[in-house]
Design a binder for this molecule. Structure first.
Ligand code: NAD
Ligand code: UD1
Length: 344
C-alpha cells in the first residue's frame, strides 16, 4: 500500500478537505482521507472518484481520536505529511455543548501528534493544522496580522487556540516536529466542476451557504444581521476566500514543510474585506437570481470587520488568492443549482 507522496487528511471528506484532496492530486500527491462522517456525506467520495479516478486517493472510515488507526495509516501508506482538518466547527453548538467540542477537537489533535511522534524515531511526518481567524476575536485593527492578540470568544474558538498551543508546546519539546498552522478567514464557493461543494446540515449558520439556499428557494429570504455596524454600508465586513484558493494554500504548506522549512503560523485570506450587501449583490449578479433580504438585529458575538493581512502567506509560502468574489459566487451557484439538496 506504500504510496509516494502520501498525505493523510483527517476530516478529508468535509468541505475543505474534499477540495484540498483535488488540489493535492493535481500537485502529484496521494491523499489518504480519514473521516468518521459526523459532518459529511459519504457520497462526496463517489464524486471525487468521478473527478479524480478510483486510484488517485484512499479512504478510511475512522475517528481521528483513535491513535492506533492513525498510526496504521501513517505506516501502511508511508505518509509524509498530515493535514489535520477533523473538527466540529459550529460556533453556536459549541456554546451549548462545550465538552463535546473540546473533547473532539483537542483529543483528535492529541491523537494525531502522538501518532506522529510514535513513529518519529524512523522519520518525521509534518503537520498542517486548520486554525481559524476566529482565534483573533474582535481585532484591535485590520488588516489582521499573525502577531495580533488572540481573543477567543466561544468554545469553538478556544479549541483552536488550545490546538495551536498544543502544537507550539510539542515543537518546543521536539524541534524536529515541524508544523504550519493556517488561520483561514471565510472560505466560500465550490470546485469549478460543480460536483463538490459545501453541504451544511440543517439551517446554515454562515452567510454564503444561506444565500445559496435563498437563491434556490429553499429559504424565503436572508436575514442580514445588523445595518448599523461601523462599516461603509452598515453591514458586517469579512474576508471571503475561494475554497480552491484555500485548497491550494494547503498544497503550498505541504510543499514548504517537505522542503525542510521551519514552522510558521500563517493567515490564509485575500486581504480584502467585503460587506454582506456586496456579497448579496455579487451573488445575485453571478446567479441571475433575486436574493430577498431583511435587516434583523445583530447576531450575538458578531464583529464589524475582519480581514487578513495576507502578506506572510505571499512571502513564506508563495501563495496568494487567485480567484475574486465573482468566481466565488459563480462556482457556489454552479454547485448549489446543480445540487439543490447537496449530495442527495
Ligand atoms: P467540515 O465539517 O465540512 O469538515 C470536517 C470533517 O471532519 C467532517 O467531514 C467531519 O465528519 C470530520 N470529523 C470531525 N470530527 C472528526 C473525528 N473525530 N474523526 C474523524 N472525522 C471527524 O468542516 P470544514 O469547513 O471542511 O473545516 C475543516 C477545518 O477547517 C476544521 O478544523 C474547521 O474548524 C476549520 N475551519 C473551517 C472554516 C470554515 O469556515 N469552513 C474556517 C476556519 C477554520
Ligand atoms: C463565522 C464563525 C467563525 C468562523 C468564520 C469563518 C459564527 C458565529 N462564526 O464567522 O467562528 O471562523 O465563520 O468561517 O458562526 N450574516 C448575515 N446573515 C446570515 C449569516 C451571516 O447577515 O444569515 C453576516 C454576519 O453577521 C457577518 C457575515 O454575514 O457579518 C459573515 O457571517 P458568517 O458567514 O457567519 O462568518 P463569520 O461571522 O466571519
Amino acid at each position: 500500500m506504500t504510496k509516494p507522496n502520501a498525505v493523510l487528511l483527517t476530516g478529508g471528506a468535509g468541505y475543505i478537505g474534499s477540495h484540498t484532496a483535488i488540489s493535492l492530486v493535481q500537485a502529484g500527491y496521494f491523499p489518504v482521507l480519514l473521516d468518521n462522517f459526523c459532518n459529511s456525506d459519504r457520497r462526496v467520495l463517489g464524486r471525487l472518484k468521478q473527478l479524480l479516478g478510483d486510484q488517485a486517493f484512499a479512504v478510511q472510515e475512522a475517528d481521528a481520536c483513535d491513535q492506533s488507526q492513525i498510526v496504521q495509516l501513517l505506516t501502511s501508506f508511508d505518509v509524509t505529511a498530515v493535514i489535520h482538518f477533523a473538527a466540529l466547527k459550529a460556533v453556536g453548538e459549541s456554546v451549548v455543548q462545550p465538552l463535546r467540542y473540546f473533547e473532539n477537537n483537542n483529543q483528535a489533535l492529541l491523537s494525531v501528534l502522538k501518532a506522529i511522534s510514535s513513529i518519529a524515531k524512523d522519520r518525521y511526518i509534518h503537520l498542517v493544522y486548520s486554525s481559524s481567524a476566529t482565534v483573533y476575536g474582535d481585532p484591535d485593527q485590520v488588516p489582521i496580522t499573525e502577531s495580533a492578540a488572540l481573543r477567543p470568544t466561544n468554545p469553538y474558538a478556544w479549541t483552536k487556540v488550545i490546538g495551536e498551543q498544543i502544537i507550539l508546546a510539542q515543537q518546543q519539546a521536539n524541534p524536529s516536529c515541524r508544523a504550519v498552522i493556517l488561520r483561514y478567514f471565510n472560505p466560500v464557493g465550490a470546485h469549478e466542476s460543480g460536483m463538490i461543494g459545501e453541504q451544511p446540515q440543517g439551517v446554515p449558520n454562515n452567510l454564503m451557504p444561506y444565500v445559496q439556499q435563498v437563491a434556490v428557494r429553499k429559504r424565503e429570504y436572508l436575514s442580514v444581521f445588523g445595518q448599523d455596524w461601523p462599516t461603509p454600508d452598515g453591514t458586517g465586513v469579512r474576508d471571503y476566500l475561494h475554497v480552491m484558493d484555500l485548497a491550494e494554500g494547503h498544497v503550498k504548506a505541504v510543499d514548504y514543510l517537505l522542503a525542510g522549512e521551519r514552522s510558521e503560523i500563517i493567515n490564509l485570506g485575500t486581504g480584502t474585506g467585503r460587506s454582506v450587501l456586496e456579497l448579496i449583490r455579487a451573488f445575485s449578479q453571478a446567479s441571475g437570481q433575486d436574493i430577498p433580504y431583511r435587516f434583523t438585529p445583530r447576531r450575538p458575538g458578531d464583529i464589524a470587520v475582519c480581514y487578513a493581512d495576507s502578506s506572510k502567506a505571499v512571502s513564506v509560502l508563495g501563495w496568494r488568492a487567485q480567484r475574486g468574489l465573482e468566481a466565488m459566487c459563480t462556482d457556489a451557484w454552479r454547485w448549489q443549482s446543480g445540487n439543490p439538496d447537496g449530495y442527495v
